[in-house]
Design a protein around this ligand. Structure first.
Ligand SMILES: Cc1ncc(COP(=O)(O)O)c(C=O)c1O
Length: 383
């Protein structure tokens, strides 16, 4: 039996690193996890309460394909709370994670052979999902001086069917301000390129608030998730906001592809949306961790990074020490039992000289991780 060509996607390297770290743990080592982009905290207590209250009273059967109406209303309310904008609940489509949202969006909007632009470095699964759906990826090389984000010229000088942008971004944590977002969206309108905004890290921002594409235009697709700010990665729940004339197309696809997002997670999300007090405590941890890394990383010889505007990552240029980030990450894991992600996950070419650290863990884990990294880095530092 043959495998499909379109299905022969690259591995998600961070998952491979997680597996290597887990094997180390099985051999009795205590590993500090700075590789994985998931909060070290569990789902908010109000999410668990919501499930507890419903689980014995409901069959937990299928929900309607677009999601429980009450949940769609509460998500619409989030747009009012966070950005002071009105979004009609009918435009919200609840999905199995934002990962499910990408499949739905790409299938709903594009035909085989269409081309979608994604920034590099960027979240690796974008290009792999596009490939698996027989769509082309146009890699847009981004640079530090543009906050590692695409710019209007990248759209004007290309013929893209879609552009997918994340702000705050993974792996850099960089954010687009409203002016730059407007310029990108205007360029997309001019070229009839669909603008898709991955807003999965909204809510986790430091010096200024992240701007939603919906504050600029209703004529775009916005994707979000309960994984990051809401600390619910394994619950597999996300959502899309679509323009009104796309609702039925996305609904038909959702019915056939997923039937519905996990019912129990939708119930949990109803509680999570009321849990801002608890969730804002997580933000305090991220803030403290970010400050610690800004101060401590340069002391270890890891000074080539731009402090993140949002999310919980540092993307560090380690070209002084290696041009093989996979091997570098492997040595860090083998020698001091700290898991970090090699940059090639995010940028197959330049990522050979970068690593990503996630600081979504507890502050005490991060302190221990830094202590171990200091030991690892000491071999490179000339005393
Ligand atoms: C930028 C970005 N988008 C989407 C995802 C997928 O998240 P999920 O499917 O858990 O919603 C991730 C996960 O790390 C991410 O970093």
């Amino acid at each position: 039996m043959k495998n499909s060509v379109r299905g022969s996607v690259d591995p998600f390297i961070v998952m491979d690193v997680m597996e290597a770290a887990s094997n180390k743990e099985k051999s009795g080592y205590e590993v500090i996890h700075l590789e994985v982009g998931q909060p070290g905290t569990s789902a908010p207590k109000m999410a668990a309460e919501s499930v507890k209250n419903k689980i014995s009273k409901s069959t937990m059967g299928y929900t309607v394909a677009l999601g429980i109406p009450e949940l769609r209303e509460k998500i619409a309310d989030l747009y009012l709370r966070w950005y002071n904008i009105q979004v009609e609940p009918e435009r919200i489509i609840v999905t199995p994670g934002s990962s499910g949202a990408f499949i739905l969006t790409f299938t709903g909007l594009f035909d085989v052979g269409d081309t979608v632009g994604v920034g590099s470095p960027g979240y690796p699964s974008y290009r792999q999902i596009l490939k698996a759906l027989s769509l082309n990826t146009s890699i847009i090389k981004t640079f530090n001086n543009n906050k590692f984000q695409p710019v209007a010229a990248d759209i004007i000088n290309n013929s893209l069917d879609g552009l997918l942008v994340a702000s705050p971004a993974n792996p850099t944590g960089s954010m687009l301000n409203k002016y730059d977002l407007e310029k990108l969206i205007d360029a997309c309108k001019m070229k009839q390129t669909v603008f898709i905004s991955d807003e999965i890290y909204h809510g986790i921002e430091y010096e200024s608030k992240a701007v939603s594409a919906l504050e600029v235009s209703d004529d775009c697709i916005v994707i979000n998730s309960f994984s990051k700010y809401f600390s619910m990665t394994g619950w597999r729940l996300g959502w899309i906001v679509v323009p009104k004339n796309h609702i039925r197309q996305f609904e038909r696809l959702a019915q056939n592809m997923f039937i519905c997002a996990p019912h129990i997670s939708q119930i949990a999300a109803l509680g999570a949306l009321d849990a801002s007090d608890e969730l804002n405590l997580n933000l305090k941890t991220y803030e403290a961790n970010r400050t610690m890394l800004i101060e401590e990383l340069p002391k270890l010889g890891l000074e080539n990074f731009a402090p993140p505007d949002g999310a919980f990552y540092f993307y560090i240029d380690v070209s002084e020490y290696t041009n093989d980030s996979v091997n570098f990450a492997k040595s860090v894991l083998d020698e001091v039992h700290v898991a970090v992600t090699p940059g090639i996950d995010f940028d197959p070419e330049r990522g050979r000289k970068t690593i990503r650290l996630s600081y979504a863990c507890s502050t005490s884990d991060l302190k221990e991780g830094l202590k171990r990294l200091e030991k690892f880095m000491s071999k490179y530092i000339i005393k």
